[in-house]
Design a protein around this ligand. Structure first.
Ligand SMILES: [Cu+2]
Length: 100
């Protein structure tokens, strides 16, 4: 019984999925070339289920996305921008504080 408890503590400690939480990631979107591009990228990302907040910066060529990690994945976010015509890749992960 003790082993089982210990095992479940370890699982909770090491898997993100155990804690469904809002995560914020920064995607690099190098293909944006004019002021309208960020709008297209933002719309594409907002369509992904679980995404709660999108901030696209044309100047920085990046998108800061908050999403529920129980509902979507970073891969799904990248796919969404790709389908909209913009390749993106993960630049940084972390909580909102570190993204500032
Ligand atoms: Cu454009």
């Amino acid at each position: 019984m003790k082993k089982l408890i210990l095992a479940s503590i370890l699982v909770f400690a090491f898997t993100d999925a155990a804690f469904a939480a809002v995560r914020t990631v920064t995607l690099s979107v190098p293909g944006m070339y004019c002021a309208v591009c960020p709008i297209t990228v933002k719309k594409a990302l907002e369509k992904v289920p679980g995404v709660s907040k999108v901030n696209v910066s044309y100047e920085k060529k990046e998108a800061v996305v908050s999403f529920d990690d129980a509902k979507t994945t970073i891969k799904a976010l990248e796919d969404a921008t790709f389908e909209a015509g913009y390749e993106s890749s993960l630049k940084a992960t972390g909580k909102e504080d570190s993204a500032k």
